[in-house]
Write a protein that binds this ligand. Structure first.
Ligand code: JA8
Length: 273
């Protein structure tokens, strides 16, 4: 997979030299190109921003440097079949970045990232490239960063580990929390390793029992408990058929009920806090 990132802070992308992504690059599985947007400015001050039309706070990124940058990056890779990249623009007003979107992006041969600073990029840039490329405006969560570079790191790491051969074992991301069809909408439960006692704390006995069926059931119970505590909405909207009798027993013990269609409902009103 090829990745291009156009940014006014190339140093911000240094973490792409490290760990899983850095190793994937060294192995030739990821071909990463980082570009300084200011290369495509022509004034003495390398200006990339200007005041917003209509007034309001902050500055907006000018369209001309982005247009020249993206044209140059796209042309640099347009092979014989005229391969076009997928453009990814991190923004808090984008489509939520999920594991499903990470999978979708991991299937593309070439991603170009356009992380903004200030109040964002002049809308005409997104509209222009939307006519030529698949453009994904993506939000990594409901908070505002000072710029899109940290979101590029997040998206790149989530995508890179899905590439064939990047993670040691291909089976290992099948049961990630949020992997489509993993534990079906459940968060993962706790994990343990050696030593068997640490600061007076042991390991849940079941994990030492060798009863694989009972261990799987215990792990699922813990996953349900953690999902109830941290992300109850994941359970409330899930397919009722995804829950077995034992799941329902665990949930009943946590105060959850079932409607006549078998949909599960969180405890109503007031007992929390
Ligand atoms: C921001 Br400025 C800027 C650019 C991209 C993103 S993605 C996010 N959560 N915040 C801020």
């Amino acid at each position: 997979m090829r990745l291009d990132i156009v940014t006014i802070f190339p140093e911000y992308l240094e973490p792409l030299n490290v760990s899983l992504v850095g190793k994937a690059r060294l192995r030739g599985q990821l071909d990463v190109h980082i570009h300084d947007l200011r290369q495509w400015t022509h004034d003495r001050h390398n200006t990339v921003d200007d005041t917003p039309y209509g007034g309001g706070p902050g500055m907006v990124m000018k369209p001309e440097p982005w247009g020249e940058a993206l044209d140059a990056v796209i042309a640099s890779g347009a092979g014989p079949q005229g391969a076009r990249p997928t453009l990814v623009v991190p923004t808090p007003s984008g489509r939520p970045f999920t594991q499903a979107l990470a999978v979708e992006l991991s299937e593309r041969p070439w991603l170009v990232f356009a992380p903004a600073r200030y109040e964002g990029i002049d809308r005409r840039v997104i509209d222009e490239y939307g006519e030529r490329l698949d453009v994904h405006e993506v939000s990594i969560g409901d908070y505002v960063l000072a710029g899109g570079e940290a979101a590029v790191l997040v998206i790149t790491e989530a995508v890179a580990r899905l590439l064939p051969g990047v993670l040691g074992n291909a089976a290992s991301h099948q049961d990630d929390s949020f992997a489509p069809g993993a534990m079906e909408n459940l968060l993962e439960g706790p994990v343990y390793t050696k030593p068997p006692e640490w600061r007076g704390r042991g390991i849940p006995e079941i994990l030492l029992s060798g009863h694989h069926g009972r261990i799987a059931r215990w792990r699922r119970d813990e996953a349900i408990r953690r999902t109830v505590a941290n992300r109850p909405e994941l359970l409330e909207c899930c397919d009722p058929a995804a829950l077995d009798k034992h799941d329902r027993k665990i949930l009943a013990g946590l105060g959850w009920t079932e409607d006549p269609e078998g949909r599960i409902l969180r405890p109503q009103g007031g007992m929390e806090e």
